[in-house]
Write a protein that binds this ligand. Structure first.
Ligand code: PYC
Length: 315
């Protein structure tokens, strides 16, 4: 497999340029399902040790169905094939620029959940115009064993999120272990209570918000991903979901920019416009996420059939 690695605000992405499985030529959602059900060993091995690294998200390039798109892409982490990935799309745009496939300007990319737009300002700086994002439910109360009462909103930004405005634990790098443990307990409670997104959508991302630690920051977040790793960036799809909540609560006006800090202190500039699509719930927004990605590696991944750990170590 030929891959290019990058990091977006600290969060790693591995773009698979060549050597992925044949997923057919159907809609991307169908191909994503085939990747999830028929090729788990393949995608997992690319993002977990010893061939991958903690927190890595993979981006498998596929032929788009829409000829206006420069590529199609299916994202995955160690635990799941995911609908969309904001940091991954910033990393993908920087990678496509690195290999000479796109230049400065705006380009369309097809994902299993819809078409997104990327605007490359320079080789590292990318703005993603994400798919329509919206809040499904406000103020869902959970009684989480060992944690207490946790109140959050259920919102969609390409993945389903449980968004907690008042983090049960201060969002500080020194609390990453506790934040991870509490996040897992919150997610278990969501599952145990049968709480879902629309059409049975699995709420597999949990985000905690706390006060910003810098002057320019709006707030600081901690994002628990399906593979139990935390997002080193502020999470593009999570930020999209949060923007939909801020819009619904009239805490942020359309076009107003905020700077979202991540747990490690990197960040995204965020804004939104209201969606004009009739296909999404009223109040849905089109989020805009700007961040920077840097190429870290060009590599050929070897999968030696004699290697007992070729499918990755168990997490
Ligand atoms: O940036 O959307 C994102 C994302 C999802 C999972 C990890 N990062």
């Amino acid at each position: 497999m030929v891959v290019v690695d990058s990091h977006t605000e600290g969060e790693p992405t591995r773009v698979v340029l060549e050597g992925g499985p044949d997923l057919g030529s159907g809609p991307l959602a169908e191909r994503a399902k085939r990747l999830a059900t028929e090729h788990k060993d393949f995608y997992r091995s690319l993002v977990v040790e010893p061939y991958g690294q903690e927190a890595m998200v993979g981006a498998l390039l596929v032929e788009p169905t829409n000829p206006e798109c420069v590529t199609g892409v299916i994202y995955f982490d160690a635990a799941a094939v995911i609908g969309m990935c904001g940091h991954g799309t910033i990393g993908l745009a920087a990678t496509l620029a690195h290999i000479g496939k796109i230049g400065i300007g705006t380009h369309k990319i097809e994902t299993p959940v819809g078409i997104v737009e990327v605007t490359l300002t320079d080789s590292n700086t990318v703005t993603v115009q994400n798919i329509d994002s919206y809040r499904l439910k406000k103020g869902v109360t959970l009684n989480v064993e060992g944690v207490g009462t946790v109140v959050g909103d259920i919102a969609y930004g390409g993945n389903w999120f449980f968004i907690v405005n008042d983090s049960p634990t201060p969002v500080l790098p020194s609390n990453i272990r506790t934040l991870t443990e509490v996040g897992i307990k919150v997610r278990e409670s969501i599952y145990a209570n049968g709480i879902e997104g629309e059409n049975g959508g699995i709420i597999d991302h949990v985000v905690f918000y706390g006060p910003a630690l810098t002057e320019k920051g709006h707030s600081r977040n901690f994002v628990l991903c399906p593979d139990d790793a935390y997002d080193r960036s502020p999470c593009g799809t999570g930020s999209s979901a949060r923007l939909s909540c801020l819009a619904a609560d009239q805490r942020l006006a359309p076009g107003e920019e905020i700077y979202q800090e991540s747990t490690i202190g990197s960040g995204y500039t965020l804004s939104y416009q209201f969606s004009t699509s009739a296909k999404v719930p009223e109040g849905a927004i089109v989020p805009s996420i700007t961040g920077q990605a840097f190429i870290t590696k060009e590599a050929k991944i070897m999968t030696n059939p004699a290697d007992p750990l070729r499918h990755g170590v168990l997490l």
